[in-house]
Design a protein around this ligand. Structure first.
Ligand code: SF4
Length: 341
């Protein structure tokens, strides 16, 4: 009988792709009337596709409300998807029953944005870090304590912090506790959901460097979510840019920062402060500011969702959704400026 080759496997070998996201959609129904009929849908995520290879970091960037956090949480099935598929190491995550989902969740962890709200104030740091180990039945009691203290040391805390409570720590230290918690079950993949957005600028670089070191030491893969391109620049191997629930551009990091194609990516890059004198800075001609606000995902514009703010808008943009096209190795963009013909 012919062998069924799942996504994530090639000729029986493990594929380089650890995570495959295909046409992911997450809609929120709005109900009206006495019968609570669905009247409209908010399309928070609408047809998102990307891959993350083993030991790779994909930066996912866009303004607040673009759907990037929803993508991260839906991949982990913390939110149920409306449509689409996610394959983790070849396993279809969305069709897994409870027990198997729990097992795969051990491999897929999350670090939350808010280091204050994401830690239970009534638990000690040790209890927080050991919670996942207990849930997954890992190690003996004594080994769990030893392992948790070792993890605290690894993320730059003191093993003695094991006995303290979250309120005794600064924002940066709490985020280190959140990182230790995510690592406690030895995952392969971590969704880093704006892990430095709530931190002082001086602390942000320390946490990003820590995540980069851990990735290397532990062969991790990250989906690194941020609203600021400068945050993902140094940690991402590839970057995907989201606008109104869709990915509008995706490329290897150096390519995206050196040759941004989509007008939205160019505007995001223009917002990144540069240390260089203006005349030498990153392609001055591409520096633009964005007029207006992000439209409501409840009533997205027809055609290209970015057309209400785009400095390059053409007639076709107002009526036709641009297809995603390949512009060089791994560089994809959805914009009529690059559509041939
Ligand atoms: Fe701008 Fe048109 Fe490209 Fe959309 S498709 S980004 S409106 S040029």
């Amino acid at each position: 009988m012919a062998e069924i080759i799942q996504p994530g496997q090639k000729n029986g070998q493990k594929s380089e792709k650890l995570l495959e996201v295909r046409n992911l959609c997450k809609y929120y129904p709005l109900r009206k009337g006495v019968f609570s009929r669905v009247s409209e849908q908010v399309k928070a995520v609408d047809g998102v596709s990307f891959d993350i290879r083993r030991r790779e970091t994909l930066g996912l960037v866009g303004e607040s409300g673009c759907g990037k956090t929803t993508v991260g949480r839906t991949i982990l099935r913390l939110l149920e998807p409306t449509a689409g598929d996610v394959f983790f190491d070849g396993t279809p995550v969305f069709s897994l029953p409870g027990g198997q989902l729990r097992r795969i969740r051990k491999q897929m962890q999350i670090i939350f944005q808010d280091p204050y709200g994401s830690l239970n104030p009534r638990m000690t740091v040790g209890g927080i870090v050991m919670e996942g180990m207990i849930a997954h039945g890992l190690y003996s009691k004594a080994d769990r304590v030893e392992k948790a203290q070792e993890l605290l040391r690894r993320v730059g805390l003191d093993p003695e912090h094991f006995y303290r409570y979250p309120h005794e720590f600064s924002g940066g230290q709490r985020q280190r506790i959140g990182i230790a918690r995510a690592l406690s079950v030895e995952p392969q993949f971590i969704v880093c959901d704006e892990p430095v957005s709530a931190l002082d600028v001086s602390i942000q670089a320390q946490i990003i460097n820590l995540l980069a070191d851990l990735k290397k030491e532990l062969s991790l893969s990250y989906l690194f979510i941020a609203h600021d391109l400068s945050v993902v620049e140094h940690i991402s191997d590839r970057v995907a840019v989201m606008y109104l629930g869709k990915i509008v551009e995706q490329a290897p990091g150096e390519e995206l920062f050196g040759n941004p194609l989509h007008p939205y990516t160019q505007a995001l890059l223009a917002a990144v402060p540069s240390a260089e004198p203006e005349e030498n800075s990153r392609e001055k001609k591409k520096r633009r500011t964005l007029p207006g606000d992000v439209p409501s995902p409840l009533h997205p514009p027809a055609g290209c969702p970015f057309h209400t703010r785009c400095p390059e808008v053409m007639d076709v943009c107002r009526t036709e959704m641009p297809p995603t096209i390949e512009k060089g190795a791994g560089h994809q963009v959805a914009c009529h400026l690059y559509t041939e013909g």
